[in-house]
Design a protein around this ligand. Sequence first.
Ligand code: PBG
Length: 334
Amino acid sequence: MRPSFAPYPAARSRRLRRTPAIRAMVAETGLSPADLIWPVFVREGEGVREEVPSMPGVARLSIDNVVRAAEEAAELGIPAIALFPYTPEPCKSADCAEAWNPDNLVNRATRAIKQAVPELAVMLDVALDPYNALGHDGIVQDGVVLNDETLVALERQALAQAEAGADILGPSDMMDGRIGVIRQALEREGHKDVLIMSYAAKYASAFYGPFRDAVGAAGALKGDKKTYQMDPANSDEALREVARDISEGADMVMVKPGMPYLDVCQRVAAEFGVPTFAYQVSGEYAMIAGAARAGWLDAERTMLESLMAFKRAGCSGVLTYFAPEVARLLNGAG
Ligand code: PBG
């Protein structure tokens, strides 16, 4: 039971806001580099840094530069990096076999990072879209995204990623039953310590647009992802998805996108009490970075405010393309 509050003037809310020291003392939420996961786009080549036009400030990096980024992340106190491949067109197919190639881009990059910066956690996306000639997260037959056939492919992909040394697998495909299948395969093959951060409540969102440019999937995608990603109208359904993924063996769960779904973040974190992450996705990044570039928003303050919001909603952390910039700010290095 809350006590009844004194009326004005015995109570003056502004006393607690008067100075920076007092505000810091009573802040309910904090943001630190340890709360951040940095998503990075990997491409072929050497010494390459190729800007993504729809994500100003973000670039596709060749593996040598990804390793440099990983070293930077570790120095900044960022605990994890998440890798996404810009797959060369000839490697895309209907069966998505490149997904479980032990030497595909993300698997090679993972090995290189784990050798150079073993203490940094590497997270990999388990989903077929970067390898699918049709741009979907699952195997497509006659225009239909097949669930159970896709699970077989996801299992192979997950095992190849675990073999490459990934610390965290992030199934982002939204097929039914995938967490259970992946967890069982990991146990069976001796990867019992590999974490699963399930993209549990992932919505069919227009905010993924710039990401699809970045990974080269935008042109390929036929139709939309509404038969597997969630309807933005729903929030009870998110709780059911999360409950299922936890019961199938997910260690952590994610809500995606982030800011338009803060209500879902809060419900999930409050209801389940498992480590809950938000993905501040490419479109959210583009809005802030684009407006900042145009001089319409203050970049630093907007980034920090947008990320603090996730902590306030109860999230353990956030995947954000702003990770290195924000970590530098939080470390006082500007
Ligand atoms: C694909 C995947 C997507 C993102 C992460 N993994 C896009 C999609 O589902 O189409 C989006 C990330 C972002 O927009 O930043 N499985």
